[in-house]
Write a protein that binds this ligand. Sequence first.
Ligand SMILES: [Zn+2]
Length: 304
Amino acid sequence: MHATNLSARLAPAEYPVILFYKYITIADAETFAADQRELCAGLGLKGRILIATEGINGTLAGPAEAVDRYVATLRADARFADVEIKVSAGDAGTFPKLVIKVRPEIVTLNAGAITPDKDNQLSPSEWKRMMEENPDAVPLDIRNRFESEAGKFENAVVCDIEHFRELPQYVDRLQGLKDKTVLMYCTGGIRCEKASALFRSKGFTKVFQLHGGIAAYQEEFGNEHWQGECFVFDQRMTVRVEEGLVPIGRCMHTGRTTSRFVNCLHDPCHKLFLLSAEAEAENREYRLCPECLAAGITFATAEY
Ligand SMILES: [Zn+2]
């Protein structure tokens, strides 16, 4: 996708937010991070990019022209020529600042040296067909417990974990799936690439992952085979529930009826909690979970 196409897609978003990741070896992560910092700051972008020797994971927001320029520059680097970019609409308040960090991993699994898998990714239609036609296939939801509790693919096995980094220990409890055809999925695909490698290293032989995650599947097939509420990414590395479903939850800050989940803005916490859109519009401090607010963290001081 060229920058011009991106512009066309962005209309009418004047202030687009992009989400992207790619696992690829970045030999000198510190230098690359410094270059990214200079590029993003020069363009006036805000948001967060995590960089590791294993790749990049970012979300940025800014004026359409600046976002276009960023994407064009990133794709001009051969390593990122094919990086997939998800675009949604934001505004000037979407992110308070620009944070670019070098981390050991772009999503923390803490399972030692792992090379993420790409060879077993299925497109949403391939994945759906396998789910429908292979009697041996078991969907496996590798997201955190609170995510799968709100909604999941029918007949999916879920994981009783609070954080992705608990998965390496949890695998042992899924031995019953070892000889099954495992149809692994997460929200946008970034977790599956690692989890797939982890499962295969533990002797699971028939593992497939949903390319682009629930977000990509849902763009094509909506709620088909989905049970409960449906999470998709929105612009703030958060998830929300599809419009039109009857909300059952309560906003944790204001008690309003809502089924809108966000992740706590404070990255070390990152807890998923219910936050009504009205509450967030009233007070941006509500992007922090009640525990973080009580601990004195604010929108301006949060690490993310
Ligand atoms: Zn928090």
